[in-house]
Design a protein around this ligand. Structure first.
Ligand SMILES: Nc1ncnc2c1ncn2[C@@H]1O[C@H](COP(=O)(O)OP(=O)(O)OP(=O)(O)O)[C@@H](O)[C@H]1O
Length: 238
């Protein structure tokens, strides 16, 4: 689904992402974790096209997308949801999703877009709120809408940047269930997350970044036992 080879990004003298290589297989959920400043958001921005790398390549479904702008990646099936939610507040939930469904893939007929919207409303549990203004939702509903908007673009791979931030444990548990249902529909997921119970519950595989580099990769139980990972999280003096 996704293959990243030797990706690097510099900000002046700082190597924020350092020769990162990774893969996401079809139908897989991959977590990217690491201490603050490890380069996780920068990596996601490189994948979605908000930033361009200094080195390396990104292949998505066999095609090189390294230098494509974000919308061209979205059209090809790379969707993204953000930690900071930004729906159109004056539009209803349904209208917000329709925008995603119509413009996520250009040339989508209106009837097809409407069908997708109804499906996404059901899947995300937003159907009862369909006619509410997006600006009047609770934080939890806002987060669902952000996910729903990304889903309305019909992605093959969904990139998620700390979408659980600010949720209570029970709400995070519900969000985990939703992401599992999304994956059951065949959507691959790459997500950044600080909440370890969420990582354990969701991820098939975990990639650990530290100072921009991949320091470990494997199942949750494996990487959390890895001495380099423990050191990165506990601090170098520990
Ligand atoms: N636009 C930028 N200009 C300069 N430095 C940046 C920029 N964006 C990020 N950095 C730096 O790059 C490094 C990696 O940042 P990044 O936000 O990717 O880390 P992160 O793992 O997502 O951190 P966090 O978990 O705190 O969100 C940090 O040292 C950060 O200060």
């Amino acid at each position: 689904m996704l293959k990243v080879e030797g990706l690097s990004k510099r900000f002046g003298g700082l190597l924020a992402v350092n020769r990162v290589s990774l893969k996401v297989r079809p139908g897989e959920i991959l977590a990217v974790i690491g201490p603050n400043g490890a380069g996780k958001s920068t990596l996601l921005n490189l994948l979605s096209g908000l930033l361009l790398p200094d080195e390396g390549r990104i292949l998505f479904r066999g095609e090189e997308i390294t230098h494509l702008p974000p919308e061209a990646r979205a059209w090809r099936g790379l969707g993204r949801a953000f930690q900071i939610v930004s729906p159109f507040p004056e539009m209803t939930v349904r209208e917000n999703l329709l925008v995603g469904a119509l413009f996520g893939k250009p040339g989508t007929p209106k009837r097809e877009a409407e069908r997708v919207v109804e499906e996404v409303l059901e899947l995300t549990g937003l159907a009862p709120k369909a006619h509410h203004l997006a600006g009047e939702l609770t934080l939890l509903e806002d987060k669902r809408l952000e996910l729903a908007r990304a889903l309305a673009t019909r992605p093959n791979l969904l990139l998620l940047d700390e979408v659980m931030a600010g949720l209570r444990p029970k709400e995070a548990q519900e969000a985990v269930g939703l992401l599992q249902r999304i994956r059951a529909r065949g959507v691959s997921i790459l997500f950044i997350e600080h909440l370890m119970p969420v990582v354990r519950a969701l991820a098939d595989r975990v990639v650990v970044l530290d100072y921009g580099e991949v320091i470990a990769e494997g199942r949750y139980e494996e990487v959390t036992q890895d001495p380099r990972v423990r050191e990165a999280y506990l601090g170098r003096s520990a």
